[in-house]
Design a protein around this ligand. Structure first.
Ligand SMILES: CCCCCCCCCCCC(=O)SCCNC(=O)CCNC(=O)[C@H](O)C(C)(C)COP(=O)(O)OP(=O)(O)OC[C@H]1O[C@@H](n2cnc3c(N)ncnc32)[C@H](O)[C@@H]1OP(=O)(O)O
Length: 477
């Protein structure tokens, strides 16, 4: 039996299919609105983002009205893209519950839900309608994403393979029951990390272990090196998303990856210098200088790179430190010891988690000054993005002291943007906030800080700010 569809609806789906920039295999899947439209056992795959009822739910649905759930851009989007989400075909003022969920690559579930009420016309537009409770409240067009929580405690969202999307399922349930059962519409949407035409190039040049992401087109593109914090391995997701905004981005590993050192006890700046040279010399990277983006320990590494290496034009840190932390840093015979700490200053929260915010020594006091990073030697301009509720360390203090050091030596004033109620893990937009998780360097569960809503808004703004800063100082592609 052929599928029967309302011509307009079907044509839209097919049109999306034709225009969709994504290869057919990556197109969103849709389920049908009601039994009368279902004839194939397999839900069809369309380029459209019209998503409605699964076959199972269709059988349960009493309404013959097709409830449709739509979001744009469709058929898939990138993780850092906002979505316009709406529901159509409801009864006037009908109470409904929306639920979003997906599983990460380790199979761990992330989910959020919120209660809404349709308008007089039976429509629900998340850009206008307030959530009445659940994972969030108020008018929050992307609340279903940023408010998601893992079912597994102390679990962080980490995208390990940027070549595959997360399949996010969005469901509309009838009513506001705490555990609603009647599904009225359902759609699976693909949230990717590699934009159309972005190339992913593994880099094994000399001792450099990295992945280069190039935007579509011939370039040359402004180049950025992206460095994560303590944890090891090679995390690519921030670089791959940033490449979607016109930058050539090198996600750089520096320990616990392939033949790199197994731990970060001893790091050599020559390794990072080799990475800068690789990126600078790439035919599709626009010189003369490159940008650096560092999060946490990656932030202090970027400051050390900017201070000691040539051709660093723009440096952005996300909750970085202005002292060398967690490893001995060597460069051309020079040795910078790690900033000391005192375990006695680790506090325990009432829930039994470690709060390490005061554990590090003050880098301005002797003998800790030997761990200070000589940012005054840098030619780079700086943007320090700071979470004011960072519980990993005193990010605001470090940013302000680094600014004083720079200005005391006649350097340009760095831009400092502080985000209230924002914790340590400032990730790309719409990453669920992780309040507590395992700290690779401390070896236990720590609190990272951050109030969910404020931290989520900070992630959206920080992403905008760093992109604008790099475009301003490195040029546009
Ligand atoms: C005196 C004190 C002074 C303290 C003074 C303070 C000094 C702070 C200095 C450092 C500041 C920072 O950088 S703070 C950290 C910033 N973090 C980052 O930038 C992220 C860096 N990368 C990572 O976290 C890692 O690469 C991962 C977790 C993404 C993947 O690493 P991996 O090595 O593949 O992980 P894996 O083997 O699977 O698991 C290793 C362990 O990591 C944890 N883990 C793994 N995946 C996850 C996950 N999604 N969510 C939560 N936890 C996870 C588990 O506990 C797991 O143990 P098990 O369950 O398998 O047994």
């Amino acid at each position: 039996m052929a599928l029967t569809r309302s011509p307009r609806w079907f044509a839209k789906g097919v049109a999306d299919l034709a225009n969709s920039p994504w290869p057919p295999t990556l197109r969103g899947r849709v389920w049908l609105a009601s039994p009368r439209l279902i004839s194939s056992p397999e839900p069809p795959t369309f380029g459209s983002s019209f998503g409605v009822l699964s076959k199972r739910a269709a059988a349960a649905s009493s309404s013959s009205m097709a409830v449709s759930l739509r979001w744009s851009p469709g058929p898939r989007s990138l993780w850092d893209e906002p979505l316009a989400i709406s529901v159509h075909g409801l009864a006037p003022a009908q109470p409904v519950t929306l639920r979003a969920s997906f599983r990460d690559e380790k199979g761990e579930l992330f989910q959020a839900s919120a209660r809404y009420q349709a308008d007089a016309g039976g429509q629900l537009d998340l850009a206008r309608a307030p959530a009445l409770g659940g994972s969030y409240s108020g008018v929050e067009p992307m609340g279903l994403f940023w408010s998601m929580k893992p079912a597994k405690p102390y679990w962080r969202l980490v995208k390990r393979d940027v070549q595959t999307p997360f399949l996010v399922e969005l469901e509309v349930y009838d009513g506001h029951d705490p555990q609603p059962t009647k599904v009225m519409a359902q759609v699976v949407h693909e949230r990717g990390f590699l934009g159309p035409g972005v190339k992913r190039i593994p880099v094994r040049e000399g001792s450099v272990r990295a992945t280069l992401f190039l935007p579509p087109g011939s370039g040359p593109f402004p180049g950025i090196i992206d460095i994560f914090g303590a944890g090891g391995g090679l995390l690519e997701y921030r670089a791959s998303l940033l490449a979607g905004h016109g930058f050539a981005v090198l996600a750089l590993a520096y320990y616990a990856f392939e033949d790199l050192p197994k731990d970060m006890k001893e790091l050599h700046l020559e390794y990072f210098e080799e990475a800068v040279q690789y990126l600078k010399n790439h035919s599709q990277v626009k010189g003369p200088g490159v940008g650096l983006l560092g999060f946490s320990k990656g932030g202090d590494l970027c400051l050390s790179m900017a201070s000691h290496l040539k051709d660093i034009t723009a440096t952005v840190t996300l909750n970085g430190s202005m002292a060398n932390v967690g490893s001995v840093l060597h460069y051309k015979g020079m040795t910078i010891p790690p900033l000391g700490s005192d375990p006695k200053r680790i506090k325990m929260t009432k829930d039994g988690f470690a709060d390490i915010v005061d554990a590090l020594n003050n880098p301005l006091e002797e003998p800790n000054r030997r761990s200070l990073i000589p940012v005054e030697k840098a030619e780079s301009c700086f943007l320090f993005l700071v979470g004011l509720d960072d519980h990993n360390w005193k990010s605001e203090f470090y940013a302000n002291e680094a600014a004083k050091l720079l200005q005391a030596h006649g350097k340009k004033k760095p831009k400092i943007i502080c985000y209230p109620a924002t914790g340590h893990y400032i990730e790309p937009p719409y990453f669920p906030v992780c309040p507590v998780s395992f700290h690779a360097l401390v070896g236990t569960l720590v609190i990272w800080g951050g109030e969910v809503s404020a931290h989520s808004m900070a992630q959206i703004d920080a992403w905008k700010q760093l992109r604008a800063f790099f475009h301003k100082h490195l040029g546009k592609d």
